[in-house]
Design a protein around this ligand. Structure first.
Ligand code: NAD
Length: 489
């Protein structure tokens, strides 16, 4: 078992990768990352500003023709080598992720392997994706399409699932033939920087992937740069609005993967015990810091008390702790500001009185007092129109809502600005398909959820975003068709 002390020996001062150069100072100053489990500072990282963004864009543009023109088998094999290196170094990457975010190491391991699976999956497309031949008339002609990369893509991701997001986004962008400027989140920099070392070790040519850590200022410079051909953003709706406004200046295409407040419907005919286990654990995964987590639990009237009792019992049994302890189910939230915001939202929900707080609601003291640990929190009898049911908390808080029939369940599930995921539990096959068709969400999980598969499209509707990651849709999000017309007479 790793200890915190052993893990922290892996940390080195942060750097940025531009071309094949590792740069130790940035024009955006530096950022001192705080270990969320202990509240102690880590070595500083340089923050990129407009200067480094410009250099990275130039490096990416210089590398682009060769990367795009590389024979498909060579590009495929480079991505497969990177996937293999991610697996070989999974233990170290998961340890760094635990230092970055406080997330239990075993969960981080899953995210690293998922990232590697995405690279393997997208590598498989490199030698298969092609264009099409278009029927023409009346004169004979050849009309065909070529699928081309955008060129240089700007990638901005949040801190909560770094290696998984890297696989979803960077795997697809590179497979499609793009070069990129990747801005890892300042709140979780160390895993992403180690990934950068693996990129070069895999033999991916310098300049194809440039990594410039930064905060909002670095992100703004990236979005505004005219040498970036497309932005792929994962993060909050508030930041997405700023990016959309700024991208309007250069009319950049955007893909947005944003927040959620996903409904989880338990019908009376479901396997109630299984449903309760999923419904209690999933919202608290990663301390509730996941875009797709089912944080609004809708339970049918006739089984409401029974399900609520099981969910509360399971929630109370969850062990909070530091990320390297075997028994830890839930780690801290990302930082002091997040803890304050989450506790503020809990207080507001209590003051509003739209639901009853039945467990949790406090920050932990005792041995964990220096970290940002918040008890798994459940509100029951919540009104769906209330503050706690309508806002993304991004913390370990579940809102439980009662419904009387299928029509009301669907109406409540859809009564939100978000539309990322939805969940339902029923043993009635016809009902399952009927309800799936009516739910306004990018993904629906029926009777359980075990992870995001690389071949499945992932993304939201409504204010959860647009565009897809994963699968052919995720690959094509990084390509555009060029049409070629040749008259044959
Ligand atoms: P955030 O929007 O604050 O930050 C995300 C990234 O944007 C960070 O790298 C940040 O440095 C950068 N940034 C901040 N301001 C910027 C600006 N003005 N211009 C350019 N970049 C800027 O989000 P967060 O709090 O880090 O992450 C949590 C949010 O992300 C939640 O809403 C969550 O649901 C969402 N999320 C969505 C998905 C998905 O796939 N749909 C996945 C993970 C997280």
């Amino acid at each position: 078992m790793t200890t915190m002390e052993e893990a922290e020996k892996l940390l080195r001062p942060g750097r940025m990768l531009i071309g094949d150069e590792w740069i130790e100072k940035g024009s955006g100053g530096e950022y001192v990352h705080i270990n969320p489990s202990t509240g102690q500072p880590h070595p500083p990282i340089p923050l990129g500003g407009a200067e480094e963004v410009d250099r990275a864009v130039k490096a990416a543009r210089a590398a682009q023709p060769a990367w795009r023109g590389m024979p498909a088998d060579a590009r495929r094999d480079a991505l497969l080598r990177l996937a293999a290196l991610m697996r070989e170094n999974a233990d170290e990457l998961a340890t760094l992720n635990a230092l970055d975010t406080g997330s239990p190491k075993k969960n981080g391991l899953g995210a690293v392997l998922s990232g590697a699976e995405h690279f393997t999956y997208f590598a498989g497309w490199v030698d298969k994706v092609g264009g099409e031949v278009i029927p023409t008339w009346p004169a004979p002609a050849l009309d065909y399409t070529i699928m081309e990369p955008y060129g240089v893509v700007g990638v901005i991701i949040p801190w909560n699932a770094v290696m998984h997001n890297i696989g979803q986004v960077i795997g697809a962008a590179l497979a499609a033939g793009n070069c990129l400027l990747f801005k890892p989140p300042e709140l979780a920099p160390f895993t992403a920087l180690r990934f950068g070392e693996l990129v070069l070790e895999a033999g991916i040519p310098p300049g194809v992937v440039n990594i410039v850590p930064g905060g909002p200022e670095g992100g703004k410079a990236l979005v505004a740069h005219p040498g970036i051909d497309k932005i792929h953003f994962i993060g909050s709706g508030a930041t997405a609005r700023q990016i959309m406004a700024s991208a309007a200046e250069t009319l950049k295409p955007l893909t947005f993967e944003l927040g959620g407040k996903s409904a989880n419907i338990i019908f009376a005919d479901a396997d109630l015990q299984m449903a309760a286990i999923y419904s209690a654990f999933l919202p608290m995964a990663n301390a509730g810091q996941g875009c797709l987590l089912p944080t609004r639990l809708l339970v049918e009237d006739s089984v409401y008390d029974q399900v609520v009792e099981m969910v509360i019992g399971i929630t109370k049994s969850m062990v909070l702790g530091e990320p390297f302890a075997e028994e830890t189910a839930i780690g801290p939230v990302i930082n002091a500001q997040a803890a304050e915001r989450i506790l503020g939202m809990i207080d507001q929900a209590k003051a509003e009185g739209s639901g009853r707080l039945v467990t949790g609601g406090k920050r932990l003291g005792g041995e964990l007092a220096n970290g940002y640990f918040i008890e798994p929190t459940v509100f029951v009898d919540v009104d769906n129109s209330s503050y706690i049911a309508q806002h993304e908390v991004f913390g370990p808080v579940l809102a439980v809502i009662r419904f009387k029939d299928e029509a009301e369940a669907v109406a409540l599930a859809n009564d939100t600005q978000f539309g990322l995921a939805a969940y339902l539990h029923t043993n009635d096959l016809k009902r399952a398909h009927r309800v799936v068709a009516q739910l306004e969400a990018g993904m629906v999980n029926v009777n359980g959820f075990t992870g995001i598969f690389p071949g499945a499209p992932f993304g939201g509707v409504k204010q959860s975003g647009f565009g897809r990651m994963g699968g052919r849709h995720g690959l094509e999000d990084f390509m555009r068709p060029k049409n070629v017309y040749i008259p044959l007479t």
